[in-house]
Design a protein around this ligand. Structure first.
Ligand code: S3P
Length: 166
């Protein structure tokens, strides 16, 4: 299977943990689009949002997607908003199988509410913001090749499911 394994899904759906675990099990390199953006811009995602705004972040994200989508046999851990630009998913599908890690709004909120590195949730009503983004993005995530249930706290179920489908 020379195709890339591409993980998409909402913040807190477990993409990074599952990507790292798959990387070890399959002995494949794992790349995180967020980490590549941070390396390119020499600052954290939070600082990019704060200093340059979301639009600039989305441009950097698209540049990174163009690059990683050309690679093969890697695992790609995508930032939650990668689906906003529908070119991104098209590019990722050329060499990859896209898995949407589906977790409910309640589950993701519970997982991320104590974290403070997510710039989109820094406002006065994080749950309201999360709900709006969640509803906007559902139909976009649904364009994945496979939908994987990621509601359980354990990552073993999603990993087994992904391994079965590649
Ligand atoms: C974002 C999700 C983040 C990161 C940025 C924007 C989003 O990645 O790319 O904060 O728009 O949902 P994670 O999904 O890994 O938290």
């Amino acid at each position: 299977m020379s195709k890339n394994i591409v993980l998409i899904g909402f913040m807190g759906s477990g993409k990074s943990m599952i990507a790292d675990a798959l990387s070890i099990r399959l002995k494949r390199e794992c790349v995180s689009t967020d980490r590549l953006i941070e390396a390119r811009d020499s600052r954290s995602i939070s600082d990019i949002f704060k200093e340059k705004g979301e639009a600039h972040f989305r441009i950097l994200e698209h540049e990174v997607i163009k690059q990683v989508a050309q690679r093969r046999e890697i695992i790609i851990d995508c930032g939650g908003g990668v689906v906003i630009n529908n070119e991104n998913l098209k590019l990722l599908k050329t060499n990859g199988i896209v898995f949407y890690l589906q977790a409910s709004l309640e589950v993701v909120f519970e997982r991320i509410r104590r974290e403070d590195h997510r710039p989109l949730l820094k406002g006065p009503d994080p749950l309201g913001t999360l709900r709006t983004l969640y509803q906007q993005r559902l139909p976009l995530y649904d364009q994945a090749d496979h939908i994987i249930d990621a509601n359980d706290a354990s990552i073993e179920g999603p990993i087994a499911e992904i391994l079965k489908r590649i």
